[in-house]
Design a protein around this ligand. Structure first.
Ligand code: XBP
Ligand code: MG
Length: 265
């Protein structure tokens, strides 16, 4: 077994399926508020998820629109305004309608805490969005339950750049092999790998068939033991979910797996 000291969590897609029925809806509400008849449907939003960061995603989409401002400064200002409105709608939507954590996440979080490991958030979403989600499940003082929380505002370069992970390791005074990243997307895996961290992938809706390379384990979610590569061992089989011991075992094996999907989003 490795001397695993910390578990670092991505948020969107990994802790909760926030994209399709959360961020996407909030973007569309922000467009409507601004009097724009733009709409990101489920499929278009999947394509746009290649671009990390909501403001960056809007800027990317503006390049395809004939009715977008042509001057760079105006585009930047519009993207910033729409993104701020989107985040307000996102917080409102979550407060009103809720947003469940993915099954098995709560159990893993409490196992990590109970066994005395450090717990971190490493996301490049806005801090307000992390707050909107985690206050629902962990209370208004959720941040106290984490030893580090790196968000989009804390980095110059968003994932797949490793900066967010490198900041977290520095803050925790750990070397990459003392921690593990929990991720769901190719960009997240790339960010963690580039920081030298082992990564466990719980595939999310939008990345269910995406190509993933270099993870220590890839599976459908923490709630089930079937469908994991490498297979989950026999040790925690009676619990019916992925446990911290499974994660430790994958990290200490140190082998990496790749899955080449038939759909790259
Ligand atoms: C999440 C993102 C974010 C969210 C929207 O990436 O890419 O852009 O879609 O949030 P990760 P913001 O799961 O790697 O953190 O609008 O705050 O960017
Ligand atoms: Mg993610």
């Amino acid at each position: 077994m490795s001397h695993l000291s910390a578990v670092l969590w991505d948020v969107d897609g990994t802790m909760a399926e926030t994209e399709r029925d959360g961020h996407r809806i909030a973007f569309n509400r922000a467009f409507a508020d601004a009097g724009l008849d733009w709409h990101w449907d489920v499929s278009r939003y999947g394509e746009l998820l290649r671009v990390t960061g909501g403001r960056e995603r809007i800027l990317h989409d503006l390049q395809t629109r004939g009715d977008a401002p042509t001057l760079g400064d105006e585009r930047e200002a519009l993207a910033r305004r729409l993104h701020q409105a989107k985040n307000r709608h996102y917080a409102d939507l979550l407060a009103r309608e809720g947003m469940p954590l993915r099954p098995g996440v709560t159990e893993m979080l409490s196992e990590v805490r109970t066994q005395g490991l450090l717990l971190g958030i490493v996301t490049t979403t806005s801090r307000a969005n992390v707050d909107a989600l985690l206050r629902l499940h962990l209370g208004a003082d959720w941040a106290r339950q984490f030893d580090v929380c790196i968000c989009g505002e804390d980095v110059q370069a968003k994932k797949p750049h490793p900066e967010a992970y490198l900041h977290a390791l520095t803050a925790l005074r750990l070397s990459p092999l003392q921690a593990v990243a929990m991720e769901d997307s190719p960009g997240g895996v790339a960010a963690a790998c580039a920081a030298g961290l082992p990564v466990v992938v719980t595939r999310s809706e939008y990345f269910s068939r995406a190509t993933l390379e270099g993870a220590v384990a890839i599976g459908p979610g923490l709630h089930c033991r079937d469908g994991w590569r490498p297979a989950a061992g026999a040790a925690s089989a009676d619990l019916g979910r992925i446990t911290l011991d499974d994660v430790r075992s994958w990290v200490s094996q140190g082998d990496t797996v790749s899955q080449h999907g038939d759909l790259d989003v």
